[in-house]
Design a protein around this ligand. Structure first.
Ligand code: FAD
Length: 401
């Protein structure tokens, strides 16, 4: 494979990872083209937590203030039982002082929109499904479902957990079903029990419920329950969820009742064990395509943002672009592998159904959640973002402060 500096970089996938990579690479002077399978960018339907490390990455791209115009700053993460007993409370608002950037909640569509609008020119091609690629000493050619093809110097597979680019390199991915399913929705509502900037996670037997505001008057929620993959909901899904969480403490029932049924999305939760290889020659992976992280630690999108910045840094600093891809992979595998594992373990803990094991879980959380778990989350997940903290930058605080 010939050494040399890449100029034209192809990106498969226009999710948060692909868009962030495109932007970070443009900012470093590369020409990019993003190929998105869907006819339009995925526009919402769910909320995300972007921890301070992700907000620092957004700030590095010059986008944090824009996102913060809409996205509420998070002050406290509450963890309780379905009976309303407190298991822990994390003062995530303190991150502003320690990292210069808050943890926020945001609608996925807002983040997509801000990233897309920041791109220069028109690098995004929708309705372009990558099916395969081939590469030689001088470049890489991607092939599309409609028979077309495109040539570039490098290819980044940012096409998600079921991505084609990864499978083209290494064969079918060994994705694993977590054993639980997530129903997500949005409720247009204000509620006395949902103060702005609070994340709430409620743990029940084999089921969980989380909720937080993602914009003024808009509450995002998720109901998670053990079950078999591949199921579908008909009409009456909201009533089913109301029955599942009947008698739960807090505003759970009010949130579900306020949610239009057509705003409820269902998805099997999948993950993958960390993999030893992400790339070959002129091709690499980024985001969920490389390292799917189950939602349990709220880091999947944050890591995709980090990937994008690190990849752009390595490519900009090295005249050997293929070598830069391997160095990017090495650093990011070390960062994301442990997060894949810890998210999977927390998911297992959340899925516990046996009454005895629930008692053990609750005792464990009461003892460790505010201390060891919070410290570990901050040290292992958030602190990495400090590499993008700007010394002369006033703390990013946002609308809610
Ligand atoms: C229930 C749930 C809650 C979550 N909560 C959080 C959270 O709070 N915080 C957080 O940081 N993360 C969270 N995540 C994880 C986060 O959503 C993902 O990690 C993140 O979206 C990954 O972005 P991505 O761009 O890598 O992949 P994706 O979002 O999957 O985007 C991939 C894109 O590629 C396109 N594509 C696929 N195949 C092809 C192809 N062959 N050709 C062209 N395009 C293709 C797809 O249409 C899609 O647009 C959550 C995930 C789930 C499921």
């Amino acid at each position: 494979m010939a050494k040399g500096r890449a100029r034209r970089i192809l990106i498969a996938g226009g999710g948060i990872g692909g868009l962030a990579a495109a932007l970070a690479l443009q900012r470093r002077g590369f020409e990019v083209v993003v190929f998105e399978r869907a006819d339009s960018l995925r526009d919402g339907g769910a909320g995300l937590h972007i921890w301070s490390n992700g907000v620092l990455a957004l700030d590095h791209l010059g986008l944090a203030d824009q996102v913060l115009e809409v996205a509420p700053v998070q002050h406290t993460a509450h963890f309780t039982t379905d009976r309303g007993d407190v298991l822990g409370a994390w003062p995530v608002g303190d991150f502003i002082e320690r990292y210069g950037a808050p943890t926020i909640a945001v609608e996925r569509s807002v983040l997509h929109g801000v990233l897309r609008d920041a791109l220069e020119g028109s690098p995004l091609r929708t309705g372009a499904q990558v099916v395969s690629f081939d590469q030689d000493a001088d470049g890489v050619t991607v092939h599309f479902a409609d028979g077309g093809s495109e040539r570039g110097d490098l290819l980044i597979g940012a096409d998600g957990i079921h991505g084609a680019v990864r499978d083209c390199m290494f064969g079918p991915a060994r994705n694993r079903f977590s054993g639980y399913i997530a129903w997500r929705g949005r409720a247009p509502m204000e509620h006395a029990d949902i103060p702005p900037g609070t994340f709430n996670a409620i743990f029940g037997p084999g089921t969980r419920f989380t909720y937080y505001d993602v914009a003024p008057g808009l509450v995002h929620w998720m109901s998670v329950a053990n079950g078999a993959p591949g199921g579908r909901d008909g009409a009456g899904v909201r009533d089913m969820l109301l029955r599942r969480h009947e008698g739960w403490a807090g505003p759970v029932a009010d949130i579900l009742r306020a949610t239009p049924e057509e705003w409820i999305l269902r998805g099997d939760v999948e993950g993958r064990k960390p993999e030893k290889q992400w790339g070959k020659g002129r091709v690499t992976l980024l985001g969920d395509a490389a390292h799917p992280i189950t939602f349990n630690i709220g880091q999947g999108a944050c890591q995709a943002l980090e990937d994008a910045l690190v990849l752009a840094e390595y490519l900009a600093e090295d005249d050997d672009s293929v070598g830069a891809l391997r160095r990017y992979e090495e650093e990011r595998r070390g960062r994301t592998g442990p997060l894949q594992n810890i998210a999977w373990m927390i998911g297992k803990m959340g899925a516990v159904k046996n009454p005895l094991l629930i008692k053990v879980r609750e005792a464990f959380m009461r003892k460790n959640w505010n201390t060891r778990a919070f410290t570990a989350a901050e040290k292992d997940q958030v602190a990495y973002g400090l590499r993008w903290a700007k010394k002369d930058r006033a703390p990013v605080t946002g609308r809610a402060d």
